[in-house]
Design a protein around this ligand. Sequence first.
Ligand code: AMP
Ligand code: ZN
Length: 121
Amino acid sequence: MNCLFCGIVNGSVPSYKIYEDDTVFCFLDINPDSNGHMLIIPKKHYKDLNDIDLNTLNHIIEISKKMKKLLEEKLYIDGLTLIQNNGDVQEVKHFHLHLKPFYNNPKDLMKIEEIYNILTK
Ligand code: AMP
Ligand code: ZN
C-alpha cells in the first residue's frame, strides 16, 4: 500500500515532527490554515473513524491535550479547533486529527521552519 502518512511515520517522506511516541506521530501541516496547524496520526495505518480502535483514539486525544498546552505556551494561541475528516472530505486516507490554532489578532502565515523552531526549541 502506498500511503503518504505511513511514509511520514517510517521517515521515507520528510516532515516537521513535533512529537512522537510508540503509538502516534505529530507533525506540522504542510499547507497550514493558521500558524501551528498540526496533525496527529496513529503510527499504524487506520483509514478513518470507522477503522480506528478506541484505545488508539483515546491516546490521540490525550496527545491533543499535550499539544494544545504546547501551542498555548509557545505560540500564545487564543483558541483551537480539532477536525477529523472522513469519506469524500478526507484527502489523505490515513486517519489524522487536525489541530488548528485560532488567534484573536491573526498574523500572516509564518514560514513552516520558523514555526517548527518555535515549537521544538
Ligand atoms: P484531509 O485529508 O482533507 O483531512 O487533509 C489532509 C491534510 O494533510 C491537508 O491539510 C494537507 O495540507 C496535509 N498534508 C498533505 N501532505 C502533507 C505532507 N507531506 N506533510 C504534512 N501535511 C500534509
Ligand atoms: Zn498509512
